[in-house]
Design a protein around this ligand. Structure first.
Ligand SMILES: *Cc1c(COP(=O)(O)O)cnc(C)c1O
Length: 439
């Protein structure tokens, strides 16, 4: 595919480097959280890039996600934590997936799954230290520990971890953080009384990984930071680089007079004669409809604000007298180089968090294109081995040299897209089938 209309570009080397940065700040092991299709970045390539950066664990929300990692040949420890009753947990046990238990019922299901799988279930017991989401309350905790100790003595489970999750670590200094750490320490002490001293104690998300070394314990569980975005308020330097860029090529431009209403509902009127540019990305692709009249888009060397309503497939920019033309590249967000907007700028404009912005752009109809080599298997000179899972390499594994923002780029002529796009997501338009898909 030599020409493209809209794309989400993922810098795998940035993901690797971000994990290296996080590792450098802790003595704990790093679990890269790759749930929700790697926060929209693609679960498998993101997982491989994170492992290349030194992550030793992967975090998944669902059993399906964990099994998908295993089916792709990834052997690193994986924890899955969001489990409805009645799932085929034995498949997880057989695939060596670590599973969460936060109640007697969940532990019971794990025991059943272990019997069926013919091997102990690897379990992480979750204590609710205040989030009031998953996790056993401190009142329920001793009974869960007692049952787990019994199941462990019977060879049905192995308690690998005790864990919890923060309420508000993204507000450094918030009183809940200290309070939760105290409840967690108490929960660990109680576990010890039941003879449960797991290898992994973990509570730190990205925010606590970045700000609270005393919360790192044996394992940290960063998600958003792996993808280079900060959960912290502006001003906290993280040294991370955003991995996702969302952009599209202008499909149409036109001159319109002053007072022209623009897009559905005419929620915007031009102030003067101007050039409008049509950008083929809309809410079906991940652009929040709430970005109407507020979303920032870089085009023709400067940031503009979406003019009028976000449509299903497209947005309009008011470009004044700037010489924008069909084919020019409009960047919604990226690493933020040269003043271009970031996913955090989008979140601030729209009233959400950067997590939601990048996750929305995953799994849409827009092609996902990967730059960089981190975690990309090297092609076997003897030819492809269908037994070895891994993304297909569609060309030389060179980094994309695309510098978005100029108005006169010709990506086809520069060849940057073709050469830079080392991996295309299976199933994406123009995708090169990956080994997983073929297998
Ligand atoms: C999503 C999630 C994480 C990662 O959170 P970030 O804020 O993205 O670092 C860690 N642990 C659990 C249980 C999660 O659900």
């Amino acid at each position: 595919m030599s020409m493209w209309q809209a794309e989400v570009r993922i810098d795998l080397d940035a993901i690797r480097d971000n994990v290296e940065t996080l590792r450098a700040g802790t003595t704990a092991e790093v679990m890269a959280v790759v749930k929700a299709d790697g926060y929209g970045h693609g679960m498998l390539p993101s997982a491989r890039a994170a492992l290349a950066g030194g992550a030793t664990w992967l975090g998944a929300a669902t059993l399906d996600e964990a099994l998908t990692l295993r089916r792709a040949g990834i052997t690193a420890p994986v924890l899955a934590w969001l489990l409805a009753p009645g799932l085929p947990l034995h498949e997880g046990v057989t695939a060596d997936v670590d599973l969460n238990a936060a109640s007697l019922d969940q532990l019971g299901e794990l025991v059943t799954a272990a019997r069926r799988a013919g091997r102990p279930a690897r379990v992480h017991l979750k204590i609710d230290t205040g989030l009031a989401r998953g996790g056993a309350t401190p009142a329920e905790w001793p009974a869960l520990l007692e049952a787990a100790a019994k199941a462990q003595a019977g060879g049905e489970v192995e308690v690998v971890g005790i864990w919890s999750h923060f309420v508000y670590a993204d507000a450094p200094g918030h009183e809940t953080v200290d309070h939760q750490l105290a409840v967690f320490a108490e929960g660990l002490a109680t576990a010890e009384q039941f003879g449960i001293e797991p290898r992994y104690r973990h509570i730190a998300n990205s925010a606590a990984t970045l700000t609270r070394p005393d919360a790192h314990y044996d394992l940290v569980r960063p998600g958003i930071a792996v993808y280079g975005l900060s959960p912290l308020p502006a001003g906290h330097e993280t040294g991370l680089r955003p991995a996702m860029t969302a952009r599209a090529r202008v499909t149409h431009t036109k001159r319109v007079p002053a007072g022209q209403g623009v897009s559905y509902g005419h929620a915007y009127y031009t102030a003067r004669e101007t050039t409008l540019a049509l950008v083929p990305l809309g809410y079906a692709d991940g652009v929040p409809r709430h970005a109407s009249n507020v979303g920032p888009v870089w085009l023709g060397g400067r940031t503009r604000t979406i003019a009028g309503r976000v449509c299903m497939d497209q947005i309009v920019l008011d470009c004044g007298d700037d010489p924008v033309a069909p084919g020019d590249v409009a960047t919604l967000f990226g690493p933020g180089d040269d003043g271009m907007p970031t996913a955090t700028d989008w979140a601030d404009a729209v009233g959400t968090i950067n997590y939601e912005i990048v996750t929305r752009f995953g799994g849409s109809r827009v092609s996902r294109v990967y730059d960089g080599t981190a975690g990309v298997p090297t092609p076997d000179p003897a030819g492809p081995d269908p037994a070895v899972p891994g993304p297909a390499v569609s060309g030389p594994a060179v980094s994309g040299s695309v510098v978005p923002g100029s108005t006169d780029q010709d990506f086809t002529a520069s060849g940057a897209v073709d050469q830079g796009a080392v991996v295309r997501d299976p199933g994406a338009p123009g995708a090169v089938a990956s080994a997983e898909e073929v297998a």
